[in-house]
Design a protein around this ligand. Structure first.
Ligand code: PBE
Length: 301
């Protein structure tokens, strides 16, 4: 009798558990007829605290009146954010993330930028190459190559995608250089080879900067430099150039994302201008959130 009862309960559990879990994932999937805020706990999924996109998003929370409406920005990392995005999209759940381009998240996932009528994030960004004062006279060959370094979002994405698929970043950079001799030659044409001079670059471990730093570092190595690259937070990257502790960085997202550091350290670095144009920063949501198209919609829909 006892045993039979146990078996009955067990079978009932087998039947019920999948139904319950199906229900819970169903209620969690995006409901366009209900207000968005409560569906995601009024939370925007962000990345590392030092990123410019994080301070811009704090600004956006204020200027769009979202902060007073309980909205908050969650700090994590790019890897944690993209993995949360991955899971949400698999279940068609609602999610709002800090998004930027170039990045493979826009190729891998069906997501869209939210319109930003108050222009908190700026229209378009470019990424500049910034070197220490005196580099031009100390290492004119490196200076010339760094000054000429310029590529497109599509080219940067090729390297990012390789790294995202598991390739070692230095290997990915070498392969990319091998596959793009014409462009690389434009950067190095007529520049004298050097022999073992050391050069230090600093960068942040964002996918875009892993790609650009590894590529230009490798080009400089091929020129004869002994290049070290060191990852750190964005503020120390700027400080390292301003103090001359490092020679160059190619991670300056401007005018907004790194704008504060640009202003703070002005006069203590040489700005060699954009190495990439057509970057963009903002908030992004999956395309199935068809009625959410502007940051304003977070408050109202
Ligand atoms: N990002 C990628 C950085 C710059 C590169 C947009 C996440 C940021 O500071 O926000």
């Amino acid at each position: 009798m006892k045993k039979q009862k146990f078996i009955k309960l067990f079978l009932l559990a087998l039947l019920i558990i999948p139904i319950i879990s199906a229900c819970s994932s169903q209620t969690a999937s995006y409901n366009s007829k209900e207000k968005l805020g409560p569906q995601i706990n009024y939370t925007i999924t962000g990345i590392d605290a030092g990123a410019g996109i994080m301070s811009s998003t704090q600004k956006a929370l204020k200027s769009y009146g979202l902060a007073s409406d309980n909205w908050q920005l969650q700090t994590s990392s790019t890897a944690a954010m993209t993995s949360t995005l991955d899971k949400a999209i698999k279940d068609k759940r609602p999610i709002v993330v800090t998004g930027w381009q170039p990045h493979w998240m826009f190729t891998k996932y069906p997501i869209k930028f939210l319109k930003d009528p108050k222009n908190v994030y700026g229209k378009a960004e470019h990424i500049n190459t910034v070197v220490r004062k005196g580099l031009k006279t100390d290492m004119p060959e490196a200076y010339t190559i760094l000054d000429r370094f310029h590529w497109t979002p599509a080219q940067m994405s090729q390297v990012m995608l390789k790294v995202n698929n598991g390739a070692d970043s230095q290997k990915a950079a070498k392969q990319w250089i091998k596959a793009n001799p014409k462009l690389v030659n434009e950067w190095t044409k007529g520049v004298k080879k050097v022999h073992g001079k050391t050069l230090k670059m600093t960068y942040v471990s964002w996918d875009s900067e892993i790609a650009s730093t590894n590529v230009i570092a490798q080009v400089l190595r091929n020129q004869g430099y002994k290049v070290t690259i060191q990852a750190m937070e964005i503020q120390p990257v700027w400080a390292s150039i301003a103090t001359g502790a490092a020679d160059a960085q190619v991670s300056a997202w401007l005018p907004k994302t790194s704008g504060l550091f640009y202003k703070d350290y002005k006069g203590r670095f040489d700005d060699l201008g954009p190495n990439l144009e057509g970057a963009k920063v903002g908030l992004a949501v999956p395309k199935y959130m068809t009625n959410i198209n502007s940051v304003e919609d977070l408050k109202n829909k």
